[in-house]
Design a protein around this ligand. Structure first.
Ligand code: ADE
Length: 417
């Protein structure tokens, strides 16, 4: 175990309890798992953002009989009180401290893998990558896993194409429920929350550029517009760019947007979206934030090289870079995933949907019920429908069911006369 301070367990428990109340589906699954014990005898190595919402997922797995080792999936996003609560009160092997260096970060993933997991759950693909490239001796024991985020899924596909992936992994971002809640509603809201917490700046009337119009970029663009900002979208994909235009956004190349925007948010999954060539174009006072999983979207090193002065923490999670021509540029969260570092990530209601699907997938894998081939798989449709129904019920919605006559009608190609 490696946590910052066990004495933080009390506040951590309170934070987890607050999150649990906003996660009705996972709470229901926790009760079910406690009765059916799908994870008995199984060890799960998890590499996730260590947040109160993740703690609710971990508790669902331990209620179902799992032994869980948890490492952080980002060196800055760990909620130290939550890690303490899980370690002290939840019997979880927690390896997570906020602000660790790259070596400790990797060491924590190795420590989680030392438990010889039967199942893995990853966010961004670092655990799966280390498992394959550095700990291949453990691969034979792994039944399968789950990957939470789009950046991780992209990496898994590259691994599978290269013939390097050794077990089945279910890509959680394939579900309609997760995309609907997590990427668009959750990330959109929590990125705005992070920008507001770290800058306390007014969004109304400001020019905001959002790089990338995938699920997350779309949510960020919509929420920024909802707060009164004028929003420019940058894209490399013509279809997505066209969608953005049809939604009323201005679409420009980054070389033009960089010189116009007062706030720029990257959400592309790619690197150097704001790179060396954009730095000379930035407006004075520009605020830069990254919402992608990895800290490669903004060239932070290039920014540091161009700066004559760097003032850390002009506000919490906001560093100011003064360039040689006197322009001040503000970088949020050191260019790491801003909504998890400068705010609390997606709200519980959002993570409820995302994690409920993954808990059900892991339960099937644990029972070796889901005999998946080696490779990257979509979440089985039945699980998505189950999560959608449970979530709908938790929100007070109810649906109709088809009558036998309707079913027959829909299954037939003959005209009804
Ligand atoms: N990813 C985005 N938001 C999150 C949260 N609240 N907890 C864990 N992972 C997340």
């Amino acid at each position: 175990m490696d946590i910052t301070d066990a004495a933080l367990a009390g506040p951590g428990l309170a934070r987890i309890e607050w999150a649990r109340r906003g996660m009705p589906v996972l709470s229901l699954l926790t009760g079910r798992f406690a009765e059916t014990l799908p994870f008995t005898g199984r060890t799960v190595a998890a590499c996730l953002n260590v947040t109160a919402e993740t703690a609710v997922l971990v508790r669902a797995l331990t209620a179902g009989g799992a032994r869980v080792a948890l490492a952080a999936s980002n060196p800055l996003s760990t909620q130290d009180d939550v890690a303490a609560a899980l370690a002290v009160d939840g019997g979880v092997m927690a390896f997570a401290r906020a602000g660790v260096d790259a070596q400790t970060y990797a060491g924590h993933i190795h420590a989680a893998l030392d438990t010889q997991p039967d199942l893995v759950i990853d966010d961004g693909g670092d655990l799966v990558e280390i498992l394959h490239s550095r700990r291949p001796d453990l691969l034979g024991g792994v039944l399968g896993g789950c990957e939470s985020t789009t950046s991780g899924v992209v990496r898994l596909h590259r691994m599978a194409e290269a013939g390097a992936l050794a077990f089945p992994v279910v890509a959680a971002d394939t579900t309609a429920t997760k995309r609907m809640f997590d990427n668009t509603c959750g990330t959109g809201q929590s990125v705005m929350d992070a920008i507001m917490r770290s800058t306390n700046t007014l969004l109304a009337g400001r020019l905001v550029a959002v790089a990338g119009y995938g699920g997350c970029g779309r949510g960020i663009a919509e929420r920024a517009r909802g707060l009164g900002a004028q929003v420019i979208v940058t894209e490399v994909d013509p279809v997505r760019a066209l969608e953005a235009v049809l939604q009323g956004f201005r679409v420009l190349p980054m070389h033009e947007a960089a010189g116009l925007a007062e706030i720029i948010v990257t959400a592309t999954g790619s690197r150097d979206v704001i790179g060396a060539t954009h730095l000379p174009l930035l407006r004075k006072g520009a605020i830069l934030a990254n919402a992608g999983h990895f800290d490669v979207e903004i060239d932070v090193r290039g920014l540091a090289r161009s700066a004559v002065k760097i003032t850390r923490e002009v506000r919490p999670h906001a560093d100011e870079y003064v360039l040689s021509d006197g322009r001040r540029i503000v970088l949020l969260a050191e260019g790491r995933v801003v909504n998890l570092v400068a705010a609390e990530g997606n709200p519980p209601e959002v993570m409820d949907v995302a994690f409920a699907g993954q808990a059900l997938v892991l339960a099937r894998l644990a029972r070796a019920q889901e005999r998946l081939t080696v490779g990257v798989h979509a979440v089985p449709d039945g699980i998505d429908a189950e999560v959608a129904l449970l979530t709908l019920e938790s929100l007070g919605g109810r649906i109709d069911s088809l009558s036998p006559a309707q079913q027959e009608y829909l299954n037939s190609w003959r005209a009804v006369r």
